[in-house]
Design a protein around this ligand. Sequence first.
Ligand code: AQP
Length: 341
Amino acid sequence: MQTILTGVRVNEEPTLGNFLGAYTPMINLAHEHANDSNINMFIPDLHSFTTPIDHSKLYDQIIKGVKYYIAAGLDVESPNIHIYRQSHVPAHAELAWILDCFTPYGEASRMTQFKEKGAEHPDAVTVGLFNYPILMAADILLYDAKYIPLGEDQFQHLELTRNIAIRMNNKFDAPIFTIPASEAEQVKFMHLEKGLRIRSLTEPQKKMSKSSENERSKISLSDEPKHAAKKIMSATTDSEGVIRFDMVNQPGISNLLQIESLLSHRELQDVISDWAGQTSYGDLKRKVAESVEHFLADFQEKVSKISDKQVEQVLTKGELYANEVANQKLYEVQRYVGVRK
Ligand code: AQP
């Protein structure tokens, strides 16, 4: 059976960008493929402190992260849906070390996210931040995952994962790893035209990021719904004075149209047509604010109904599965590199 896999770090409260870029495609694919694929939705908790965080909050955030996956619509009763913590499957960290030794330093140095995040945290650029895409490669390759629903910002890391897998397979002349599908195939598999990038509400040329210190730039999944609606009402737009979908010249307006399409489950083209040529940015903002408020109220109610006990049960089941699959792959790799007979 093929494997579809994704994860969202719990360094900060996930945003609407994470929800629409990673949760939504994964949930849609789970609905479509839970009978013919393994659906692995894991919490990449070891990735959570590649940039500085408040460690006293991390454990609670992990549990909340699991609740978010369930509330988003994963059917945890399905035998093929697996939710687990990366830290509770030691093979992730072990394989990452092996992959490190098959990753040229120059190639890893080209990762733009490292450069961007390094610039944001100049006093705290750690080896962990540099190494994070290689741990991500281990997260994927351990399970032979072919499809990885991701936002556009992660495609470079996916390409690195593909390169590492191809290099190892060539080196040992064996199909050790399944090569994840290319960016174009991933996008097609998610039924998208291209990768998704929800923009910052205050600087729409940038992506909405959960670690942004500007609260007004992002909608967090735990935002009070009315407060979130106000953030949409004050989102940065432009002075063109007419509603058009044009990510280059009108990224703020285009971002609102994109959010509206995803939250209302309507084709982007239909939403664009509804608003084309209209001139009241206020009307568009009001519509999107309503959709965001409604979405958050509904989502938060679902989250509040999930108990810690249910989370424990889901994780126990998921981690049993994940350790079994991951250890098998790790042992195979260990044999190829020569540390196991
Ligand atoms: N703005 C976005 N639009 C669409 N998808 C997005 N993702 C993140 N931001 C957007 C997708 O969410 C998944 C989880 O990402 P992550 O938390 O592992 O790391 P990230 O990509 O670094 O996400 P953030 O929100 O920007 O986090 P911080 O600010 O902590 O670095 C990925 O699939 C990502 O593509």
